[in-house]
Write a new protein. Structure first.
Length: 180
């Protein structure tokens, strides 16, 4: 069980990286794209009307979702709290249904694929599968306790390094630049 929950946390970290990269693109790249630029592929998805709720990028909501999942997964791992376990399942199920809707939009409405969006959809799917497996096997309470201090420190440092990696990746991604 503990390995599954560690897998849950690591999967949420992958979703975090994808969402942070997309959020950074929304904040730093999209505003500098010339208004008449012809966008294709991932940028067509990222700039579509479906990429926002009002003026808030879905990627930002995804980043908040994944950092919440990292934190809740860590609490789940270290406390084996059944309330956390029960609360996570409907939240992740909702995230899964939303992700499938976004995949549908990419494939059948927008006609383009955003690889980072697909990583996020895959991460949400894996999170749900892990939760269902843990539930099917009787719950996390059956697993031995984990060291709280070591776990939180590891999760914090890992998430910090992944955030730095996400920001660095913006320097090597083929993003549109003004005048080019």
């Amino acid at each position: 069980m503990n390995k599954l929950i560690v897998g849950f946390i690591i999967t949420a970290m992958f979703g975090w990286v994808a969402s942070v990269i997309l959020t950074a693109i929304h904040f730093w790249t999209i505003p500098i794209i010339p208004p008449m630029a012809e966008l294709r592929g991932p940028m067509l998805v990222i700039t579509s009307d479906w990429a926002y709720i009002g003026s808030i990028p879905l990627a930002l909501i995804g980043a908040i979702y994944y950092i919440f999942m990292i934190a809740m997964g860590t609490i789940w791992l270290t406390s084996k709290n059944q309330l956390i376990e029960r609360a996570l399942l409907p939240i992740t199920a909702f995230g899964f249904v939303a992700s499938m809707g976004f995949v549908y939009l990419q494939l059948f409405v927008i006609g383009a694929i955003c690889p980072f969006c697909m990583v996020s959809a895959g991460a949400t799917t894996i999170l749900l599968i892990i939760e269902l497996i843990v539930k099917y096997r009787g719950g996390a309470a059956l697993a031995p306790m984990f060291s709280t201090e070591r776990t939180w420190a590891t999760v914090f440092v890992s998430t910090a390094f992944l955030t730095i990696f996400a920001m660095w990746s913006l320097t090597i991604l083929p993003l549109p630049v003004p005048g080019v």
